[in-house]
Design a protein around this ligand. Structure first.
Ligand SMILES: [Zn+2]
Length: 413
């Protein structure tokens, strides 16, 4: 049975029909619809010489034993956000099914190949993304906090997991799943506009952005809007406004994909008759290069202090969250480039703004690479999410080539 990329597109439509409605995909993790999708995947792989298992974190694995116990992993996630798109996560899985069919048909591969459906990548119900992959990577460090999490209906997270056979306290036992992993491959829709803007179907992902997220608070003095002369004001919003314009310059100067965003500013007292006393800004900065990210942060801090001086206000920084950049494997990036060139003629290398399960696997020390396929209009997490069918088919072919190249490399090394 040769690879049949058109079948992947047909099966994705079948899955959309089965687990979506007029508002989009409804495969939210730890729900009945998610379980339906997992059962559907199981049926698609029935009859092949595979072993299926669900690990203690709820990740669903299929193993095709090879001549060597070293493993090449292909991963994705069948869960979606509520009213989500038909391709986010599902493309990875359904393309992986097709590659596994082709490999199984050809007999015992040189190394063991495993397909994994990570549990709860999106974190849509409980606000905790990358659940299954972080458990397998051993980086899940928030089990105490997870124990207290509830969904919108007040159902505690541990109860919802238990309904699907997962004990939160045992989730980290999924760690031994990566023991023999020699490489991890993930195909995903880009969820951004870059590939479409350069008219390419496919790209190789270099890694996921590091993120620095801060609350920056400017504090001045509330004063009457009518009686306070312009040169006597200590206007906190003036400092915030200058910073918002400057971070765009910082990102532009830094380049190489740098992004900086002030996602919100809350001003107090927030009335039309008063100068602003406090302006709390939410700043998000991202880069693939840790040094450049650190420099962007330093520059923003220095600029905020300069503006505080100019406006005679105070500024205080508080870190909300941060994560280091996670770089994918150089050798696998080369193989992915080759695979894309073979099927699509031209390749492109780009960073990923969103995090993915692949970042957790890479963080655990497994050589990792991702392929991106073009997203139309850069839209995702909406029913409008889409990719041209011809591009979906190229993506299946590229993943298939990459799997073969990776198997050969792992077998040789
Ligand atoms: Zn995804």
């Amino acid at each position: 049975m040769p690879l049949d990329p058109a079948r992947t597109v047909a099966e994705l439509k079948e899955l959309r029909q089965l687990t979506g409605d007029e508002n989009g995909a409804q495969r939210v993790a730890w729900t009945d619809t998610w379980e339906t999708a997992r059962g559907w995947l199981r049926e698609k792989l029935a009859g092949l010489p595979l072993e299926e298992e669900i690990d203690p974190a709820g990740n669903q694995w299929w193993t095709l034993r090879g001549a060597s116990a070293r493993e090449v992993l292909i991963g994705g996630h069948i869960d979606s956000v509520p009213n989500g798109g038909w391709l986010d996560g599902a493309l990875n899985m359904v393309a992986g099914v097709e590659v596994l069919r082709r490999l199984a048909e050809e007999g015992e591969p040189a190394v063991t190949v495993r397909l994994v459906n990570w549990a709860d990548e999106e974190g849509a119900r409980f606000g905790r993304s990358l659940f299954g992959s972080s458990a397998a990577a051993g980086s899940m460090a928030d089990q105490d906090e997870l124990r207290r999490r509830k969904d919108a209906e007040g159902t505690p997270l541990p109860d919802a997991l238990a309904e699907h056979g997962v004990e939160l306290d045992r989730a980290l036992e999924a760690r031994n799943q990566l023991e023999n992993a020699a490489a991890y491959l993930e195909l995903h829709i880009e969820q951004g506009p870059v590939l479409e803007s350069i008219d390419l179907a496919l790209g190789v992902v270099l890694g996921t952005f590091g993120v620095e997220r801060h609350q920056v608070t400017f504090t001045g003095q509330a004063a009457h809007a009518g009686s306070t002369p312009m040169d006597k004001r200590r206007d906190a919003l003036a400092g915030a406004a200058k910073l918002e314009l400057e971070i765009r310059e910082i990102a532009k100067r830094t380049g190489a994909g740098a992004v900086c965003t002030v996602g919100g500013v809350v001003t107090k007292p927030g009335i039309v008759t008063s100068v602003v006393e406090t302006a709390e800004c939410l700043l998000d900065q991202r880069h693939l290069d840790a040094e450049k990210l650190a420099r962007m942060l330093d520059e923003a801090k220095a600029a905020s202090e300069r503006y505080a001086g100019e406006e005679d206000v105070e500024v205080v920084w508080e870190r909300i969250w941060s994560i280091e950049p996670i770089l994918f494997d150089d050798a696998l990036i080369e193989l992915a480039d080759e695979a894309i060139r073979e099927v699509a003629g031209e390749s492109h290398r780009l960073p990923s703004g969103p995090l993915h399960d692949a970042a957790e696997v890479a963080r655990a020390g497994v050589p990792t690479v991702m392929l991106f396929v073009q997203s139309l209009r850069g839209l995702s997490h909406t029913k409008l999410e889409d990719t041209k069918e011809e591009h979906l088919e190229l993506a299946v072919q590229a993943l298939d080539r990459l799997a073969d190249k990776t198997i050969a490399r792992v077998a040789a090394g």
